[in-house]
Design a protein around this ligand. Structure first.
Ligand code: GN1
Ligand code: MG
Length: 355
C-alpha cells in the first residue's frame, strides 16, 4: 500500500524503505526513504473515522504555514512542509477511501514520550509557547474544529456517562472505584467551562494536542512542532495543560508501575518558565489567574476519554494490550492525585514567574 501511495508523488527515484514512526494513537505514520536520495519523508494515513473532514485539516495545515516565512528564522520553529501530490492535492485518496499525506522529515530529529531532564521541559515550554504566540496572529474563526467539541469538558463527561450507562464491554463493575474518582471531580472542573462561556477566557487558535511527543528535538534544542491535525479554536489551558500532563509526569502516560507516576515540580517550573517567556505578554489577566488549573483539567479530560474507550470496548485509541486504556486512565488518576497535592505550589510558581 505505501509504495502505491508514493507513486502519486514526484519522486523519480524508487522507494527504498519505510518504517513505522512515532507512537500516535490515531493515525498510521511511516518514515520513507528513497534510493540515491538523502532527504527523508513522513507519510501518514489519516484516520478518517476520527477526522471525518480530512480536507479541512489539510487546509488548516496550509493556512498555518502561510505566515511562517514572515518570521525571522532564528526565532522560528519548523512546522512540517506539506508536499502536494502530482495532481496538486495535499491529500491522496487510496482505493479503500483512506486519506494519505506526505510531509518532510527533519533530519537528525527525535521525539520523546516523557521528560527526563529539566532542559527538555524548558525547551518544550519555549516551543509550545512560541506556537501559541505564532497562532495569535490568526483569526480563530478562520479555523474549523477538526473534531467538534474536542476538549469541551461537558461533552466528554456526557460521553463518559453514556459509556457507564451502556456498559457495552461489561467492564463497569471492575472499575467502579475509578469511575467514582472521576465523577467526584466533575463539578469543580466544570467551573472552567463556565468561565470560558462567560467570555472572560478568549478563544484562540491553539494546537489542541500538545503532548510532549509532538515536539521534535535536535541535540538539546526543540526545533519543530508537529501533529497539526487538531489545530483550531480552543483555550490556552488546553495546550499548556496537556503539555504538562505528559511533560511534567515523571513517566509515560501508559506506565504500569503507578508508583512511578508523579507530577514533577522541577519540570513544571522549567516548562512554565519557557512557556511564559513567549506568552506572558499576550495572555490576559484571567488566563494567567487560572493557568494553574489546566494540568488537572487536561489530565482529567484524557483520563475520562481513556476510561470511556475502555468501557466502550476499545473502539477509539490504538491499544497494545487488552487493558491498555485501563492502564492509561489509572496513570491519569494517579497524576491528578499528585497534582492536587501540589496545587498551591503551581499557583505560586506561576505568580513568581509573571512578576
Ligand atoms: C491521541 O494519536 P495522538 O497520539 O496524536 C488523541 C489525543 C490524546 C492522545 C493521548 C485525535 O493523539 O487527543 O491526547 O492520543 N488524538 C485524538 O495519547 O483523539
Ligand atoms: Mg495527535
Amino acid at each position: 500500500m505505501v509504495s502505491n501511495i508514493i507513486n502519486n508523488y514526484y519522486f523519480p527515484e524508487s522507494l527504498c524503505s519505510y518504517s513505522l514512526l512515532g507512537n500516535g494513537n490515531i493515525n498510521d505514520t511511516y518514515k520513507i526513504e528513497f534510493k540515491d536520495r538523502s532527504d527523508k519523508y513522513v507519510l501518514q494515513k489519516v484516520n478518517a473515522s476520527v477526522f471525518n473532514d480530512p480536507f479541512s485539516i489539510a487546509d488548516t495545515h496550509s493556512l498555518l504555514l502561510s505566515n511562517i516565512d514572515k518570521i525571522e528564522r532564528s526565532e522560528s520553529y519548523s512546522l512540517a512542509n506539506l508536499i502536494p501530490n502530482i495532481y496538486g492535492k495535499n491529500l491522496t485518496i487510496d482505493g479503500s477511501g483512506d486519506f494519505w499525506r506526505l510531509t518532510s522529515f527533519i533530519e537528525d530529529s527525535y521525539a520523546i514520550s516523557s521528560v527526563t531532564n529539566g532542559w527538555q521541559a524548558l525547551e518544550a515550554g519555549r516551543a509550545y509557547g512560541w506556537f501559541l504566540k505564532y497562532c495569535s496572529d490568526f483569526d480563530s474563526s478562520n479555523f474549523k474544529e477538526a473534531i467538534k467539541d474536542f476538549h469541551k469538558l461537558s461533552f466528554r463527561i456526557e460521553q463518559f456517562k453514556n459509556a457507564i450507562n451502556n456498559n457495552i464491554a461489561g467492564r463497569k463493575e471492575s472499575v467502579e472505584d475509578i469511575i467514582s474518582f472521576y465523577l467526584s471531580r466533575e463539578e469543580q472542573l466544570m467551573q472552567i467551562e463556565i468561565l470560558a462561556k462567560s467570555g472572560d477566557i478568549p478563544i484562540r487558535v491553539v494546537h489542541n494536542d500538545t503532548k510532549i511527543d509532538n515536539l521534535l528535538f535536535i541535540h538539546k534544542k526543540a526545533v519543530a512542532v508537529i501533529d497539526l491535525d487538531t489545530v483550531g479554536p480552543g483555550l490556552v489551558f488546553y495546550d499548556y495543560g496537556d503539555a504538562l500532563r505528559t511533560g511534567a509526569n515523571s513517566t509515560k502516560e501508559d506506565e504500569r508501575d503507578l508508583d512511578k507516576v508523579d507530577f514533577n515540580i522541577e519540570y513544571f517550573y522549567e516548562f512554565t518558565n519557557g512557556y511564559l517567556s513567549n506568552t506572558a505578554h499576550i495572555l490576559t489577566k484571567y488566563e494567567l489567574e487560572y493557568l494553574h488549573i489546566s494540568p488537572i483539567l487536561m489530565t482529567y479530560i484524557m483520563g475520562i476519554r481513556f476510561l470511556t474507550d475502555y468501557l466502550n470496548g476499545d473502539v477509539y485509541y490504538r491499544i497494545e494490550s487488552e487493558d491498555h486504556n485501563l492502564v492509561r486512565t489509572k496513570v491519569q488518576k494517579r497524576l491528578i492525585e499528585s497534582i492536587e497535592s501540589k496545587q498551591s505550589m503551581l499557583k505560586q510558581i506561576i505568580k513568581s514567574l509573571i512578576q
